[in-house]
Design a protein around this ligand. Structure first.
Ligand code: UDP
Length: 236
């Protein structure tokens, strides 16, 4: 068996990725294939924490008529819906899973407690972090950076609809060029849309590398976790 490059990973799955070909909601086939791949990387002995987005259901910044903080809380609740769907798919595959929320809702999931999360990971459980950072005006990418620093993850695997970081939007510009590797400062200086600046700075300051890759190709999560060259590597 291939020796994994990383011992502990944070897998960030955007809401958009969970929607698959749909505009809105959850594509059960996508959730199933993500769960299959998480099972595979767990079986390689890699500790897996997952941060889920919510953009497939709600995004605070897309509701300008609403109070921003309220709209953002709605977005955080959307991530909890996604987290429960992923937990269900993982448990159907006999993977012990805990959801921890940054906003307490104890009837549904555990509250986020760092030491408890670390313990779950040590026991081989997959921990799904939901409700982002628990604060409005942040993103789930920032939550991924924060949790990765807290749980001492080796890398963030940023699963996206696009297969890496480009110099312009590849959906709009057919001549967009993909980067094989980048430094965080380049993302900030060039204003690349891969991550917001808060998440980017947090990763840069804490020297956490990220691998940005496309989720729509089966096997990519495993390849990224094993350290194969896919997508774009952003150096910490
Ligand atoms: N959100 C927030 N604080 C956080 C994380 C998320 O307020 O720490 C809200 C915000 O409104 C965001 C929504 O939750 O638009 C969904 O998260 P995000 O847009 O990061 O999801 P993704 O783009 O990954 O699907």
């Amino acid at each position: 068996m291939q020796e994994p490059k990383y011992k502990r990973v944070v897998l960030k799955i955007s809401g958009e990725a969970l929607a698959g070909e749909k505009e809105f909601g959850i594509d059960q086939d996508v959730i199933n294939s993500i769960a299959d791949e998480i099972k595979e990387i767990r079986e390689c002995g890699i500790d897996v924490a997952v941060v889920v987005g919510g953009g497939n259901i709600w995004r605070g910044r897309n509701s300008p008529q609403m109070d921003r903080a309220t709209a953002d809380y709605m977005g955080m609740l959307a991530t909890v819906i996604n987290a429960l769907a992923l937990q269900d798919a993982l448990e159907k595959r006999n993977i012990e899973t805990r959801v921890q929320t940054a906003i307490e809702m104890k009837e549904i999931a555990e509250p986020y407690i760092r030491r408890r999360a670390m313990r779950h990971l040590e026991k081989g459980r997959v921990v799904i972090f939901a409700a982002g950072t628990g604060n409005p005006f942040f993103s789930t990418d920032t939550a991924a950076a924060l949790r990765a620093a807290e749980i001492e993850a080796d890398v963030i695997l940023l699963a996206k609809k696009v297969d890496g970081v480009y110099d312009s939007d590849p959906m709009k510009n057919p001549n967009a060029q993909k980067f094989d590797s980048l430094e965080y400062i380049d993302i900030l200086n060039r204003g690349l849309g891969v991550m917001d600046s808060t998440a980017t700075s947090l990763c840069m300051d804490n020297k956490i590398p990220i691998i940005v890759f496309g989720i729509n190709k089966a096997g990519n999560i495993k390849k990224a976790a094993l350290g194969e060259n896919i997508g774009t590597f952003v150096k910490g």
